[in-house]
Design a protein around this ligand. Structure first.
Ligand SMILES: Cc1ncc(COP(=O)(O)O)c(C=O)c1O
Length: 331
């Protein structure tokens, strides 16, 4: 149904990491009258999966076109984005540098372990602002003779967001084939590129879906303009400028802050693991699922149709000592 539309758009080149659509799983949880589906982007190929692979298809193609011989990115120590960047870089025989805030870690669990196994160089930048440190390191590497390509935090720019523009239509086509219609689509929001790609794609539908982003860090007021700017820029890249449809951002499930689990996120993670056999991560997707549960319990009459939660991955983070120690309190 959307094939003609997609074929008419001038997508930039991609490295085809995805291989095909990710599965959709119907949940056995009963949080309201509506059905709940998980879109399993935790099962994207390579390096234990996650949403960033879709963005990296475009970003790594740009790195290749610029003849980069070093990939630099940044993120928190348990960054899923940094892990997947390290994995695809090494698969493409490119060295990678991951810049993290604070001191050099003393424990190497979860994503940090995988970063090391992928051969990434991990540079802790202490108190220096992350952006500044990334720019400094890129310039130092240039002086050493490298041609670095820097991927922004979370892979979130207009180009990376195109990964979720495509993903949106992948979901609609799968649902159509399976004979159901998504109505409310929910995802976690960090650096905003995932939601922005979905918002950009939704703008092209005659009857847009309800999109809800669940912040894991910033306030809704901070996020909204970031999502709008990215979505608009992605549409511009496709030469398809058009007004965005409304979307919602909820920010009441962040808890004490970025990277910090809440009792609700820990409990829901365990509930979903025990009911559907799905592993969420404690600080991105589990907080998103807390929001889904809340919405379904409070809004089933208003929105009786299918809810979809976009499982953007992050499971490896639970093998970080801080996170598993916290989770064990609820077992
Ligand atoms: C598991 C997981 N889910 C969701 C997100 C949020 O995606 P975005 O940064 O595109 O908003 C991230 C970001 O790092 C993530 O690691």
């Amino acid at each position: 149904m959307f094939t003609a539309l997609l074929e008419s758009l001038p997508f930039p080149p991609r490295v085809p990491f995805m291989g095909g659509p990710t599965p959709i799983q119907k949940s056995r949880l009963a949080w309201g009258d509506a059905s709940l589906y998980w879109k399993r982007d935790d099962l994207t190929p390579y390096g234990l999966g996650g949403n960033k692979l879709r963005k990296l298809e475009f970003l790594m193609a740009e790195a290749l076109s610029q003849k980069a011989d070093l990939i630099i990115t940044s993120g928190g120590p348990q960054s899923n984005h940094a892990r997947l960047t390290a994995v695809v870089s090494t698969m493409m025989k490119l060295p990678s540098v991951i810049v993290i805030p604070g001191e050099t870690p003393t424990e190497w669990g979860g994503n940090l372990l995988l970063d090391r196994l992928a051969g990434a160089e991990i540079i802790a930048c202490g108190e220096e602002p992350l952006d500044q440190a990334v720019a400094r390191i890129a310039s130092e590497k240039k002086t050493q003779g490298y041609q670095p390509y820097t991927i922004p935090l979370g892979g979130s720019n207009a180009l990376g967001s195109l990964g979720y523009f495509l993903a949106f239509f992948e979901l609609l086509m799968q649902a159509e084939e399976q004979g159901w219609t998504p109505s409310t689509l929910v995802c976690s929001v960090g650096s905003a590129g995932t939601l922005a790609g979905l918002v950009a794609a939704n703008a092209l539908l005659p009857h847009p879906l309800r999109l809800v982003g669940v912040s894991v860090w910033q306030s809704a007021n901070q996020l909204r303009p970031q999502v709008e700017t990215l979505a608009t820029a992605s549409l511009k890249l496709l030469h398809a400028p058009c007004p965005l449809a409304p979307f919602e951002i909820v920010d009441q499930f962040v808890g004490p802050g970025y990277g910090l689990p809440t009792p609700a996120s820990s409990k829901v993670l365990i509930e979903c693991f025990r009911t559907d056999g799905i592993l969420f991560d404690p600080v991105y997707t589990a907080k998103g699922v807390v929001a889904v549960k809340h919405l379904m319990q409070h809004e089933s009459r208003k929105y009786p149709e299918a809810f979809v939660f976009w499982h953007t991955g992050g499971g490896p983070a639970i093998f970080d000592k801080h996170y598993y120690t916290e989770l064990l309190r609820y077992t």
